[in-house]
Design a protein around this ligand. Structure first.
Ligand code: TXA
Ligand code: MG
Length: 333
């Protein structure tokens, strides 16, 4: 494990430039970073994660000029959005420059670009641009929001992890593409919300794949959305209804390994199962969801009933991750 000292960041950047994979902190979740232009290095990311080769990686930049080295025909709107949201949790998909290997773009002719804000990540990119990085979880498992999570998933599979503290947002970046000059499409919701995007873009579309199960054989606009995702070992169910209905449902199930994931301000005295909480507001829920799912596995949960979060603003990101963790199993009481 490396620290966030200048010396250790330099060590990590040397590893990346020599074709190795390093666990890296960002403000969203931890990533697995490698040289985006080195196909062999990028293949090591896919191997470490057990990730399907057709799922493209986001390429991370330090300054706006660098986007012109990675992409062609960049729309005006990209730069307007960059001005407002970068550095930060927004990824924009644009036609790729040929220098980006197919391994990085999952065979697509586009590339997702993001300028992160985390101090350590920024310094790392400054020293070793361009860095390709997916979330640092093993494929299918909840994304890591601490260096310990990365160690749990990747120990022995990568060269090093930099400890840059707990991820501030806790869910991955908002991913958008451009339908036309003034229309953006949200492919994955995140901490940059629909409302915020529409302060800059005339039209903002929420892609169907965000709330619906896209069959494996259909081409999803964002390939990552078609895979089972964010899932702990335990079986997850989203429960819609009042807290009393929730408690009643849990009571009717009562079995070994049943855990409830509820809000901080729910009345715990009424609950017939072991429980953890994940906040009341959407920002807190986003911040804690993935680490709670990991903790519930550790606690020995077999089945997790989750109080359904709000579905607007950052809540849409929380709900989208939960839907996938639950394999789209929602129980309406
Ligand atoms: O916050 C984040 O975005 C983190 C940190 C490390 O930057 N990264 C991350 O990467 O979440 P990953 O690979 O776990 O998720 C990227 C998502 C996937 O669903 C992928 O399919 C989609 O973005 N994506 C990437 N490039 C794309 C492209 N060219 N076209 C469509 N979707 C793309
Ligand atoms: Mg991921």
């Amino acid at each position: 494990m490396l620290t966030d000292s200048d010396k250790d960041i330099k060590t990590a950047s040397e590893l990346i430039r020599s074709g190795e994979v390093v666990g890296i902190p960002t403000e969203t979740v931890y990533g697995l970073g490698a040289d985006a232009l080195n196909a062999d290095a990028v293949k090591k990311i896919f191997a470490a994660k057990g990730r399907p080769a057709d799922n493209p990686l986001i390429v991370h930049i330090y300054n706006l000029e660098q986007s012109e080295r990675l992409a062609v025909n960049i729309p005006e709107l990209f730069f307007k959005l960059a001005e407002k949201f970068w550095p930060g949790p927004l990824t924009m998909i644009v036609p790729k420059n040929k220098i980006i290997p197919d391994e990085t773009s999952g065979g697509l002719d586009t590339v997702g670009i993001r300028m992160p804000s985390h101090r350590v990540m920024r310094e790392l990119i400054r020293l070793s641009f361009p860095i390709a990085a997916p979330s640092a979880n093993r494929s299918g498992y909840p994304s890591p929001t601490s260096a310990e999570h990365v160690m749990q998933d990747m120990n022995g599979k990568i060269s090093a992890v930099i400890d840059g503290g707990i991820s501030r947002f806790g869910v991955e970046s908002t991913v958008i593409s451009f339908d036309n000059a003034d229309t953006v499409r949200i492919l994955r919701p995140g901490s940059v919300t629909e409302r915020e995007l529409s302060e800059v873009a005339e039209n903002v579309i929420i892609d169907d794949a965000i709330l619906n199960d896209i069959a494996n054989d259909r081409a999803a606009p964002s390939p990552g959305m078609k895979y089972k995702h964010y899932s702990p070992e335990a079986d997850v169910k989203i429960i819609e209804g009042s807290f009393d209905e929730f408690a009643g449902y849990a009571d009717s199930l009562k079995k070994d390994g049943l855990y409830c994931l509820i809000f901080d301000n729910d009345d715990k005295s009424k609950l017939p199962c072991s429980f953890m909480t994940y906040g009341n507001d959407s920002d807190t829920q986003a911040h804690s969801l993935f680490s709670r799912l990991r903790e519930l596995d550790k606690a020995g949960a077999k089945e997790i009933l989750v109080r359904s979060p709000q579905k607007d603003g950052v809540g849409l990101a929380v709900y989208n991750r939960l839907l996938r963790a639950a394999g789209f199993e929602v129980i309406k009481l």
